[in-house]
Design a protein around this ligand. Structure first.
Ligand SMILES: C[S@@+](CC[C@H](N)C(=O)[O-])C[C@H]1O[C@@H](n2cnc3c(N)ncnc32)[C@H](O)[C@@H]1O
Length: 264
């Protein structure tokens, strides 16, 4: 790739959106198994759901295909566009709302809010967790559930230190990862190399995450009005995944109590 033009475009989540399904393909099976284990019975009973930080809409489409009235929220216009297209292609109705997960509002309360693949870690600061928990509590009907997974401090320490290289025909991705454990922050400087005819064009995107301890997450959920908080480590759902190890991800399922949630 010598002599490659170094065109740089820092536009968060544009290329990640375009190639997200390719990037995640290997993760989908164990995530589906984990979700079935924790939510299987619940999704058979609910009438409405919202997938928060929905990405390309894979889970939202799955809910809609089960006959669940489905909303999908994402901040990125590119991801929203792809989610709408995926729902259209699948022939199902998903109401895609472009909004920030810290302040989103739905036209009606739903039975279940999901936020998978560590999307919650993408809020720009640790304080965002309380805002998300509060917004989710308001979006849920009393007794509704919030299910999500987060990258842990151990994941930041052990995996957000390497450079990862992945490639597919016409697309190469180098992720230079780093972390600041004192401030629970991690980042990935993502270099995309996209083949355009005989040339490869280079783009840069930066993805940043924050993380919380289990105690911080439970406190934020309780403050927002959740009880019956259950947690699972990812380890029990993995076979041999090169990118995720036991202790690196925690799933939570929390129930919104009947207590009314204050509007901040
Ligand atoms: C790792 S992707 C997860 C996608 C999706 N949950 C899935 O199942 O594949 C992170 C997503 O979070 C979205 N996102 C990041 N910050 C956000 C925010 N403040 N509010 C809403 N969505 C956000 C991104 O646009 C992206 O779609």
């Amino acid at each position: 790739m010598n002599g490659m033009p170094s065109t740089s475009s820092v536009r968060p989540y544009h290329w990640l959106a375009v190639y997200y399904d390719l990037f995640c393909a290997g993760l989908i099976p164990w995530m589906a198994g984990a979700r079935e284990h924790m939510l299987g019975g619940l999704t058979e009973r609910i009438e409405s759901a919202c997938d928060l930080a929905c990405g390309t809409g894979t889970l939202a489409v799955e809910f809609a295909q089960k006959g669940i009235k489905t909303y999908a929220v994402d901040l990125s216009p590119d991801f929203c566009r792809l989610a709408r297209a995926k729902a259209r292609k699948a022939g199902v109705k998903v109401r895609v709302v472009r909004a920030d997960m810290r302040s989103f509002e739905l036209p009606e309360q739903v039975d279940l809010v999901t936020c998978q693949f560590d999307a919650l870690n993408h809020v720009p600061s640790k304080a965002g967790l309380v805002q998300v928990a509060d917004s989710v509590a308001r979006a849920l009907r009393p007794g509704g559930c919030f299910w999500f997974d987060v990258n842990t401090r151990l994941a930041f320490k052990e995996t957000w230190v390497h450079t990862w290289w992945r490639e597919w025909p016409g697309v190469v991705l180098a992720m230079r990862n780093g972390n600041d454990s004192a401030h629970d922050r991690a980042w990935s400087d993502v270099e995309w190399f996209i083949r355009e005819g005989r040339l490869w064009r280079r783009y840069h995107e930066r993805v940043e995450e924050v993380c919380w301890s289990g105690a911080e997450i439970r406190r934020a959920l309780r403050t927002a009005g959740f009880d019956r908080i259950r947690a699972w480590d990812v380890g029990q759902f993995l076979k041999h995944d090169p990118f995720v190890r036991p202790g690196h991800r925690t799933f939570y399922l929390a129930r919104q109590t009947n207590r009314s949630v204050s509007r901040g």
